[in-house]
Design a protein around this ligand. Structure first.
Ligand code: ZN
Length: 100
């Protein structure tokens, strides 16, 4: 097999789960248990154009983008329970720590 074909096959294997593909445009869960949403136009997107869903939910609620230092906490400790009633906003990490 040619090198190029072998590379292609290796990639296919790696991305057999389409959600693992860096250009996948749907909902994915990261290793930390947070849900990520494809948001190419977001100012604080990650390198794969994704933003954590709980931050998007809080932004929608507030009608503005969150500052990078702001922290969105899950009241029930469940990182994929992103209903607005389960989320609490803190100004920064030290405020978050004080509360916990
Ligand atoms: Zn917290």
């Amino acid at each position: 097999m040619k090198w190029k074909e072998a590379q292609k096959e290796r990639k296919l294997k790696l991305y057999k789960d389409a959600k693992k593909h860096p250009r996948y445009k749907g909902k994915v869960k990261n290793d930390g248990g947070y849900i990520l949403i494809y948001s190419a136009n977001h100012p604080y997107k990650d390198k794969h154009n994704r933003v954590r869903e709980h931050r998007l939910v809080m932004e929608k609620h507030l009608g503005r983008y969150l500052k990078p230092e702001e922290v969105v906490h899950h009241l029930d400790g469940i990182k994929d329970n992103n209903r607005i009633g389960n989320l609490k906003l803190f100004k920064n990490h030290s405020e978050h720590r004080k509360w916990e």
